[in-house]
Design a binder for this molecule. Structure first.
Ligand code: SAM
Length: 247
């Protein structure tokens, strides 16, 4: 009898998120990440984050958990509203969190903001402990979205909202073609210039956008995961969408 052999490790497809690949990319680009965002979106990413916070229906005294917080910009927009009792930003790449921590002192809203390491698929928090959980441009990078949705449902209080800001699919075909051409042609080149030649990381970011589910497909996944009401709003003609899912 022959011994069963372990399957050969499969190479990740272009745009496929694996924890190793994602950690490698973001630890490498942490110090250039904000500049890349600003240049690649012409600064519109700030409007996208404000829109996500506006759609979260945040009330005074609520606790906010921002997943895949990266360099902290979404967490800080929540804090600037002056509404939450506390904002906790988490990410699994310490280099990204180090940049976020450097920004905390610049927000004078009086809302406490803390950053700590956590994997968005396995959250180190008690059941029913947050009113709002958010994620901006992070859910696309999770190899196991179902695990993330399960964890978010667990840590949200009844009536809590999961707010997902993510690249999506512009519904108007001519605009979508132009946007996809921009993604394919401009983003890897710009990213490579800013990161000193790391074209592959930015190619991954593009591919991951193109493989991510469109607006109705993501809403269907959230419903299948047990969220109650799931709505989405397109922003910038559907380049990004904000999904809000309630428990
Ligand atoms: C594109 S950045 C977004 C950062 C920030 N939310 C923003 O709006 O700019 C994606 C972030 O997700 C983080 N990330 C990816 N997978 C993760 C995981 N499984 N757990 C925690 N963080 C993760 C990366 O480290 C990175 O900082």
């Amino acid at each position: 009898m022959t011994e069963p052999t372990a399957p050969e490790p499969r190479e990740a497809a272009p745009g496929e998120a694996t924890s190793e690949r994602v950690r490698g990319i973001f630890s490498g680009i942490a110090t250039n990440y904000d500049a890349f965002n600003l240049l690649s979106s012409f600064g519109i990413d700030r409007i996208w984050r404000r829109r996500a916070v506006g759609l979260s229906r945040l009330r005074k005294g609520e606790r906010v958990l921002d997943l895949c917080a990266g360099t902290g910009d979404l967490s800080l927009v929540y804090a600037k509203t002056g509404l939450p009792s506390e904002v906790l930003g988490t990410d699994f790449v310490p280099e990204m969190l180090a940049v976020a921590e450097g920004k905390v002192g610049k927000v004078a809203s009086g809302v406490p903001v803390r950053f700590s390491q956590a994997d968005a698929q396995d959250l180190p928090f008690d059941d029913r402990s947050f009113d709002v959980v958010s994620v901006a441009f992070g859910v696309r990078n999770l190899p196991d979205r179902a695990a993330n949705f399960r964890e978010v449902r667990r840590v949200l209080k009844p009536g809590g909202r999961y707010v997902i800001l993510e690249f999506s699919r512009p519904p108007f075909p001519p605009f979508r073609w132009l946007y996809h051409a921009y993604l394919r042609l401009v983003i890897p080149t710009l990213g490579s210039l800013l990161s000193g030649g790391d074209r592959a990381s930015f190619q991954y970011l593009n591919d991951s956008i193109l493989r991510f589910p469109n607006q109705p497909a993501l809403a269907a996944e959230l419903r299948a995961a047990g969220f109650d009401v799931v709505d989405w709003n397109n922003v910038s003609f559907g380049i990004v969408a904000v999904h809000v899912a309630t428990v």
